[in-house]
Design a protein around this ligand. Sequence first.
Ligand SMILES: [Zn+2]
Length: 247
Amino acid sequence: MPEVVCHVLLCETADGVVLVDSGLGRHDIADPKRMGPARFVMRPNRDDARTAIGQIEARGFAASDVQHIVLTHMDFDHIGGLADFPEATVHTTADEYDWAVVNPDFTARRRYSLKPLSHGPRIQTHAGPGEQWRYGLRGIEVLPGITYLPMPGHTKGHAAVAVESPDRDLLVHAGDAAFDVTSYSPTLPSGTSVSKSRSLRAIETFAAVDRKQVIANHTTLRRLNEEAGVTVFTAHDKRILDDLLGS
Ligand SMILES: [Zn+2]
């Protein structure tokens, strides 16, 4: 098992601080059983300084500054930290919320832990298929400058989140639409070459609900990443996070 990260993107916007995903949170550290059996395989790091709330506080923000959390999907490693930001509105695609919470089938009931929602956050769902966006893709506007790009395959309602940024034009948090960066790019954002990660690809295959759609998403991400000014990154490939932090 490679070391993986749960990449949370913090955006300072006119609507307050917006997070894309929440990673694991303080409640998971206090009670790892919340994560379900996956914790034995994933062996999460229980260092508070690695949680989104720990890092946000270290940067001088308060939990109450976080007004919105935009989820790529609802697996436990993306929603575990929601309760650390009780005032935030939680955004999800309607398809994901429906499969995970409203009408879960057998697979969904086994897959999702809904304990991270037990604090009763305000939920805002976003129904597709969305409007014509850029680059021939459809998008669903979540907040000004923040757009869902539906990419089901990892889960039924998974979406990448595109964020307009003054520094890099467009950041695309691809969530779990790809695990290994080389599925869509031979290089990291800085241009450094990387090698294929068989272990990340194995996790991707294991966790997918529709592998054909996963492959199609890689093609879309490759095309997006090749556009000038667009930086695509994924939730779990640590090499990308390290590269972005170093650049
Ligand atoms: Zn994940």
